[in-house]
Design a protein around this ligand. Structure first.
Ligand SMILES: Cc1ncc(COP(=O)(O)O)c(C=O)c1O
Length: 439
């Protein structure tokens, strides 16, 4: 670790200088606290990014498998999105009036996810917060349920996890919760049908907010029958099923909803759909849409807790139309998914040859290796098998060989611009790391 840290510092003098300077004006010298999660004493500062690569200010070209933690899943600066953004910039960026792009995007999201009546936000966090408000309003119920070790953004009710004896506690690091999450939230293990049944039995849960596969603690895939049971229990107990596709859009153009034939009441998606421009959306089944329409007092809706002056603004929707229409298309997924399979096969071959007890999971265009010999069934199992020091070492090793992984756990994402050579570079670097650690 000391050797790799020194190598990183040596190779990044300009990033180091920029970081030093930033300490004068930014808290911890970084624009956001989670940027301290990058392996190494400071992150590489970006000069430019194109496609599946970025160049740091020290002149190194990196293969980017982090892709802005899905924000740049469409690739850096996709041509169609950039053209649409440039066009829209000359025609007015924001005016709090609708543009035709909103209608196009709504229709496209309906085609992809089955639900309709879409609304827009600038982040998936906002979209989730607003959906939970609406769910409480139309159901008259106060609580929400989430998976243990979920992440849905800065959503108070979802910053919760299972504590001892099934209690609900704030996640480690939760910053100043305004209300004790034990009052707002039920938490259930992923893949635990009995646990969900118990959590919803009292009939006081307005909505479950679920990722269809966990992606934020590490990839945890649903077992056969899990989603069917979730749908049956939520319907029987009158609980709204909210599926957050923000990361699981990696499963294919229609997300996990399309891949697994899910029947959500509400779909939320953010991050990637704007091709890097802030954009998020949430849509309702016809039945839920009519309940929302009946319940929301339109005259008061500007101050009701849902909204953002720039939500659904013209630039965001121009970018989203171009990204969905021309970049993150079915054809693009037909190229991205085989690349993730190649990544999975490469990493599996290294694991097999070295006999380390690790496992690779994949969901469409996203793949990940776990420090355990079998796939995790729950978030807690994945968490218990994580190893922050080892992760940091592997990420730093990769960065020193110009490969960027997502700074949280061991996840790689393919974009339409990623190539087989990019994937093979990761496999080589991973093989060298495993050899250095275990040979
Ligand atoms: C599943 C999921 N939902 C919501 C969010 C929040 O997205 P944002 O940070 O853009 O608000 C994230 C962020 O990682 C996410 O993974």
């Amino acid at each position: 670790m000391a050797h790799e840290t020194a190598a990183f510092v040596d190779a990044h003098p300009r990033s180091a200088a920029l970081h030093e300077r930033a300490k004068d004006s930014l808290l911890s010298g970084l624009p956001m606290p989670w940027m301290t999660k990058w392996a190494g004493p400071f992150p590489p500062y970006v000069e430019s990014a194109t496609g599946a690569h970025f160049r740091c200010v020290d002149g190194h070209d990196y293969v980017d498998f982090c892709l802005g933690d899905t924000g740049a899943m469409a690739g850096h600066g996709p041509a169609a999105t950039m053209a649409a953004v440039e066009r829209q910039m000359r025609r007015g960026i924001t005016h709090m009036l609708p543009t035709e792009d909103a209608t196009w995007v709504g229709a496209e999201l309906t085609r992809r996810f089955g639900v309709g009546s879409w609304q827009f936000a600038l982040s998936a966090s906002d979209a989730n917060r607003w959906v939970l408000r609406l769910a409480r309003m139309i159901s008259g119920r106060s609580k929400v349920a989430v998976h243990d070790h979920c992440y849905h953004g800065s959503v108070d009710e979802a910053i919760a996890m299972l504590g001892p004896n099934g209690t609900v506690v704030p996640v480690q690091g939760s910053v100043g919760p305004q209300v004790d999450v034990a009052h707002t939230t039920r938490v259930v293990e992923f893949n635990d049908i009995g646990g969900l049944e118990a959590a919803l039995a009292d009939g006081d849960v307005a909505a479950v907010l679920f990722e269809p596969a966990l992606t934020n603690v590490g990839i945890v895939l649903p077992e056969p029958g899990y989603h069917e049971a979730v749908r049956e229990i939520t319907r029987r107990t009158g609980t709204l099923l909210v599926i957050d596709e923000t990361h699981t859009i990696c499963a294919g153009a229609r997300g996990a909803t399309g891949l697994w034939g899910l029947e959500p009441d509400i779909v939320v998606i953010g991050k990637t759909i704007g091709g890097g421009i802030p954009s998020a959306a949430y849509g309702f089944s016809p039945e839920v849409a009519s309940r929302v329409a009946d319940a929301v007092a339109i005259d008061d809706s500007d101050v009701g807790g849902i909204g953002g002056t720039l939500a659904g603004y013209a630039l965001s929707l121009a970018a989203t139309r171009a990204t969905l229409g021309e970049v993150l298309t079915t054809d693009a997924f037909d190229r991205m998914i085989p690349l993730a399979e190649r990544w999975e096969e490469g990493v599996n071959a290294v694991i097999g040859a070295s006999a380390v007890p690790w496992y690779v999971t994949r969901l469409g265009a996203r793949a990940e290796y776990h420090f355990m010999p079998q796939p995790p069934r729950t978030g807690a199992e994945q968490w218990a098998n994580s190893d922050p020091e080892l992760e940091r070492f592997l990420h730093l090793w990769a960065m020193n060989r110009r490969v960027l992984m997502t700074p949280f756990h061991n996840m790689a994402l393919m974009s339409p611009a990623t190539t087989a050579a990019d994937v093979d570079r990761h496999t080589e670097v991973f093989a060298e790391a495993v050899e250095a650690l275990f040979a």
